[in-house]
Design a protein around this ligand. Structure first.
Ligand SMILES: Nc1nc2c(ncn2[C@@H]2O[C@H](COP(=O)(O)OP(=O)(O)OP(=O)(O)O)[C@@H](O)[C@H]2O)c(=O)[nH]1
Ligand SMILES: [Mg+2]
Length: 298
């Protein structure tokens, strides 16, 4: 199966990481093809990718005109792969956070019949290495919230290490995907679950980048979680009343249990921020649900 598998690696200024990641993928999974999607990185990542592609028939490159975000890069990569004979299309970061040596874990589940496999940090056996506590806290709490809001039964819906069977991607209208921050990852997984595809998680070790700079900015958190709240409310509108009754105490307990008010000072700011955010989001969710109930009564 491996020669019909494509690993899509989006890059922006990953000149130190590109040699490492391509070497690791080629060694760990020699039959698998790589597609680098570079957004005209000023540091020369695109030119280096071209050099690799000219010497190795398993490496391919797409150049985009300007930096236009991860979702756009992945859509370009998915379309490229779907136009060719690839049966399995994977997402992988260039910065080494997603270990190529663990790709086989995802591919084995696909071979076993899964349509989407997510490399999860938050199921037993999964872990994060060298992540600051505040970042992990934010990510974990975000994922708990997402899982409660959507009820999709997944522990790491924001994760970006994934393998898709081509039929799943063919069923998705890429223009409909939400582009707030990394929320398209949640959107893709939620659509797959709702449409009855076989979605599984495998534990992975996620390692924080050693080289280069993060392209992440804080505003995505609020935008993303706001979007999720909206979907959760829409999706669960028939059971809106139940949702209010079920979720309110859970959120309240969550905010209390996570001890957002008691965390050590080092991660205090991030934790308080998430705590406030969760409460804010819950208010929005509750308000929207109550509105729907009143609408239904009218
Ligand atoms: N083509 C393209 N790639 C991007 C863009 N933004 C980020 N990337 C790549 O997407 C992957 C993930 O981005 P990161 O900056 O590592 O984001 P992150 O993992 O949330 O942040 P860190 O934890 O700091 O690494 C990396 O391979 C980036 O080079 C973009 O606008 N276009
Ligand atoms: Mg990263």
């Amino acid at each position: 199966m491996s020669d019909t598998t494509l690993v899509i690696i989006p890059t922006f200024n990953e000149i130190e990481n590109l040699p490492l990641i391509t070497k690791r993928v080629r060694e760990a999974t020699p039959g698998v093809h790589i597609l680098i999607v570079d957004d005209s990185s000023p540091d020369g990542t695109g030119e280096l990718a071209d050099e690799y592609a000219s010497k190795d028939d398993h490496i391919h490159v797409i150049h985009r005109q300007s930096k236009d975000g991860l979702l756009g890069a992945y859509i370009a990569g998915f379309k490229w792969g779907l136009e060719r004979e690839y049966q399995v299309l994977c997402e992988m970061d260039a910065d080494g956070s997603h270990a190529p040596e663990q790709l086989h874990l995802l591919l084995e589940e696909i071979a076993d019949g899964a349509d989407l496999v997510i490399g999860s940090r938050y199921i037993p056996g999964g872990e994060t290495v060298n992540w600051p506590a505040s970042r992990e806290y934010l990510s974990r709490l975000g994922n708990i919230y997402i899982s409660m809001a959507l009820g999709a039964g997944l522990s790491d819906m924001t994760a970006g290490y994934r393998a898709f069977r081509r039929e799943l991607l063919e069923s998705i209208d890429f223009d409909e995907l939400s582009d707030a921050g990394y929320i398209f990852q949640v959107d893709l997984a939620f659509r797959a679950v709702k449409d009855g595809f076989d979605v599984r998680e495998v534990p992975i070790t996620f390692t924080e980048r050693e080289y280069g700079e993060s392209k992440l900015d804080g505003s995505f958190v609020k935008d993303s979680l706001f979007e999720v709240t909206k979907w959760g409310v829409e999706h669960r509108s028939e059971q809106a009343k139940d949702a209010v009754e079920d979720i309110t105490p859970v959120v309240a307990r969550l905010v209390e249990d996570t001890g957002v008010t008691k965390v050590p000072s080092k991660i205090g700011n991030a934790a308080t921020y998430v705590g406030n955010l969760t409460e804010e989001l819950w208010k929005v969710a509750k308000f929207t649900v109550q509105e729907k109930i009143s609408d239904a009564k009218r």
